[in-house]
Design a protein around this ligand. Sequence first.
Ligand code: AMP
Length: 137
Amino acid sequence: MEDTIFMKIIRREVPAHIVYEDDETIAFLDAKPNVPGHTLVVPKKYARNIFDVDETTLNAVIRTVRMIAPAVRDGVGAHGVHINSNHEAAAGQIVFHLHFHIIPRHDQSEFEFCWPKREYPRDEFVAVAEKIRAQLI
Ligand code: AMP
């Protein structure tokens, strides 16, 4: 089992503002939040990320995300949430222990510049979709 900072929080060796816990998952405030109320949901059984997590563990995490999301939204008086998860360093993963971010959103101005939309040619859509389908055979 990997000894991540999140494992230390689970074992109460590192303090955290825990908002929920059950046998399989824990949720606590992000120490460096994007906005107040930014919460992380983490499995107690170690997985690095989406590429190695087993289905039972992922189901438990998603169940908790679903349960916590309205509490985060309403707890800070927000109107929506971003649910984000980074997998591997290329995607911004810093803590290599699977987790989902629940980030309250009050309005679009909080995030509209951080995820710009791009266009690419239709041929490229066709080619990329084919390459992804080929991986699933
Ligand atoms: P990432 O791996 O980029 O998806 O994000 C990891 C997140 O964990 C960051 O937003 C950190 O602020 C957060 N984090 C790291 N250490 C702690 C900690 N001890 N308590 C709470 N949040 C943490």
